[in-house]
Design a protein around this ligand. Structure first.
Ligand SMILES: NC(=O)c1ccc[n+]([C@@H]2O[C@H](COP(=O)([O-])OP(=O)(O)OC[C@H]3O[C@@H](n4cnc5c(N)ncnc54)[C@H](O)[C@@H]3O)[C@@H](O)[C@H]2O)c1
Length: 245
């Protein structure tokens, strides 16, 4: 896999799957646009990536802030000329509460970040991809969006939406050179753990362990590469053979 002369934008890049994906893109030659709300961790990542590339733009942007998203993408395109690869990875998932205990404001927040954030970035970036007749969009969903997780109805619903959004959008743009896919991680090791290969025991997969950030990044980068040229509209689960909840 080689990402020389490719520009990749990763949201939620500061930690976890997003960070591991940014590292892999940088190692393989991509120019990077990294977005997160965590300015400190984003700065740390830029420093960490400097051994591979200096061509890294960072934006401290909340993905649910529509205007800020369009401004950031406009600026990134003015610097790099285009965006070839979009990884919609930023999301909220840590609030667990029963359906009846989950207030509307939490539902709205999850919808704003997990769905609208994906929509805004896709809307901002897609015209540049269509113009170039080449693009890759990889949305990070979850097994929760496939099976549904108890006490995470709000999260599960947003991730289910992302999976169907992926399939629908792919049918509009595949013949124009833009391949849209989704990955659905199962349990991943703690996203603030610095070791991207870290895993721990998990009863939720038949492999008996969580997935590492690198394993998730491997799949995302494959889908973003030329090697994945005949794959579109898919949701690929990366879950160690999930024991369905
Ligand atoms: N970790 C898991 O077990 C797991 C399982 C299934 C799916 N996922 C999905 O993988 C993706 C990455 O999760 P993770 O656990 O690696 O990281 P994480 O959820 O811990 O962090 C994601 C990053 O997104 C950023 N972020 C959060 N809200 C944001 C916003 N509004 N605007 C901009 N940035 C924002 C955070 O600051 C953080 O750096 C998410 O889409 C998540 O739903 C994770």
């Amino acid at each position: 896999m080689d990402f020389k002369n490719k520009v990749a934008l990763v949201t939620g890049a500061a930690v976890g799957i997003g960070r591991a994906t940014a590292i892999q893109f940088a190692q393989k030659g991509a120019d990077l646009v990294l977005v997160d709300i965590d300015s400190e961790k984003l700065k740390d990542l830029k420093t960490e990536l400097a051994v591979y590339t200096e061509k890294v733009l960072t934006f401290v942007v909340d993905v649910s802030d529509e205007e800020a998203v369009y401004e950031a993408v406009k600026e990134a395109i003015s610097v790099f000329g285009r965006i070839d690869i979009l990884i919609n990875n930023a999301a909220l998932w840590r609030v667990q509460s029963s359906f009846l205990d989950t207030p509307t404001e939490i539902w709205r927040k999850y919808i704003d970040v997990n769905i609208m954030g994906v929509l805004y970035f896709t809307r901002a970036v897609l015209p540049s991809m269509l113009e170039n007749k080449w693009g890759r969009i990889i949305n990070v969903a979850s097994v929760a969006g496939v099976y549904g997780n108890a006490n995470m109805a709000h999260y599960s619903a947003t991730k289910g939406a992302i999976i169907s959004f992926t399939r629908a959008l792919a049918k509009e743009v595949t013949d124009k050179g833009v391949l849209v896919n989704c990955v659905s991680p199962g349990s991943v090791s703690p996203s603030d753990h610095m070791d991207i290969d870290y895993t721990r025991e998990s009863p939720l997969s038949f492999m008996g362990r969580t997935g590492s950030d690198r394993e998730n990044a491997n799949l995302i980068c494959f889908l973003a590469s030329e090697d994945a040229s005949y794959i579109a509209a898919q949701n690929i689960q990366i879950d160690g053979c999930r024991k369905k909840q």
